[in-house]
Design a protein around this ligand. Structure first.
Ligand code: PLP
Length: 421
């Protein structure tokens, strides 16, 4: 169920009119729905209810403290990929034993930090990293659970920039080399091998690549067990895609994904971990923006918004599509015209959509980018000295600013001058 719906002729976020938030907080602004976040978390939790499991939200998708706390209170663990994310998860009250530490290049400082604060497991991505974790854990007199992230050489059939499971990608250890790496891991002090980790990419819209990867994980589990390793936990990564358009896309549902996992891996009796990010946060957030000007160009009209590529980089970075809808509901018979929808940043790449058919929207009116909750606010920057835009969380008929817009002074005062100036 969608919690961003038209009601009485205008767009609502749950029970709050989006226009009311825009008036109170200004634009552009990210708006998230608590009900959607929780619903998506629970869909995964229920999809894995056939066995022991933990849904670890991949917090890189949207990592505001209020979002983390909302999910953590519902029972979610966290998948973190940096020391900063680890600190955020802890600050949101997530216990160390529900934090999985992923990421291609964990620094020694990050490893130490997680060992001090507690961690459910490290997902090891390379042999040198494995040796570093062993060394630090040993020096601290602890033993830490680990998995090895294997690269199954499977084509995730997604955008090249978010495919991670082919042998040419930088992620994980080639599955053919895995047995040797596990043998070394088992021999190293400070490490306790508990399982296998795999994550093949993001925005997967078919189940087949998951099935191929998980079949290889099942085979590897048997092979490792035969060699005496205790494989009790399988971390299957994230990556399930979401519909970015209303019409033609229908990616598999979490329940179907859960059934696939049971079919491919259920017989192994392992605890299952998954790390969904996009599917939990993506359709739980919109980006609300105001039309600054409508400019008539040569054979096309430009809708110039107050949001730009620095606020939502997905279209520029991944050619991503976002539905963009007027906040005032258009009449069903309203005539549509093509617009190039752009931001004010000095780059041609600052284009959200070309030739997009839209009902007429005028200067000063509000539009909403749908499906902007994941990889939106977290990837924003202050390019062009545009302030990071505020984030708002809605719950039923309430809303709260969960990250305020900084003032220009706050932005400028983060710089400091050297003595010679
Ligand atoms: C990015 C990432 C995820 C989340 O992917 P989604 O497509 O957002 O579900 C999970 N695990 C790892 C290791 C990742 O890098």
């Amino acid at each position: 169920m969608d919690h961003f719906l038209y009601r009485d002729g205008q767009l609502f976020a749950e029970d709050v009119p989006v226009a009311e938030i825009a008036a109170a907080v200004g634009t552009p602004v990210y708006v998230y729905s608590t009900a959607t976040l929780l619903r998506h978390y629970r869909l995964f939790d229920e999809a894995l209810a056939w066995g022991p499991h933990l849904v670890c939200y991949a917090m890189k998708a949207a990592s505001n403290q209020a979002i983390l706390k909302t999910l953590a209170e519902a029972g979610a663990g966290m998948d973190v990929v940096s020391g900063g994310e680890y600190a955020r998860a802890k600050a949101a009250g997530v216990p160390g034993d529900k934090i999985v530490f992923s990421g291609v290049g964990k620094t020694r400082e990050e490893i130490r930090m997680a060992l001090e604060g507690g961690v459910r497991q490290f997902n090891i991505e390379s042999e040198p990293e494995m040796r570093a974790i062993s060394e630090i854990a040993t020096s601290m007199g602890v033993e830490v659970p680990v998995t090895v992230r294997v690269n199954p050489d499977v084509d995730a059939k997604t955008h090249a920039k978010i495919a991670t499971g082919k042998s040419e990608n930088k992620f994980g250890i080639p599955i053919a080399k895995a047995r040797g790496v596990y043998a070394e891991a088992a021999a190293l002090p400070g490490l306790k091998v508990v399982g296998i980790d795999v994550h093949i990419g993001s925005q997967l819209t078919e189940l087949e690549p998951f099935a191929l990867a998980y079949r290889k994980v099942a085979e590897l589990t048997q092979a490792l067990r035969a060699e005496g390793h205790e494989i009790v936990r399988l971390d299957l990564g994230g990556g399930l895609g979401i519909p970015y358009t209303r019409s033609n896309e229908a990616p598999p549902l979490p329940v179907e994904y859960g059934q696939l996992i049971e079919r491919e891996l259920g017989h192994l009796g392992c605890e299952i971990e998954i790390e969904p990010g996009r599917l939990i946060a993506g359709n739980a957030g919109i980006l609300v923006s105001r039309v600054i000007y409508v400019k008539e160009g040569e054979g096309r009209n430009f809708l110039i918004l107050d949001a730009a590529m620095n606020d939502l980089i997905r279209p520029a970075m991944y050619e991503a599509h976002h539905d963009i809808v007027p906040v005032v509901e258009p009449q069903p018979a309203a005539e549509q015209a093509p617009y190039d929808i752009v931001g004010p940043v000095c780059e041609s790449g600052d284009t959200f959509a070309k030739g997009r058919m839209m009902p007429a929207v005028g200067e000063g009116e509000l539009v909403a980018f749908r499906s902007a909750g994941a990889y939106g606010a977290v990837m924003s920057s202050e390019y062009n000295t545009r302030a990071l835009i505020p984030e708002v969380l809605v719950k039923d008929d309430q809303f709260a600013v969960i990250r305020a817009r900084p003032s220009f002074d706050e932005i400028i005062n983060r710089d400091s001058l050297p003595a010679w100036l």
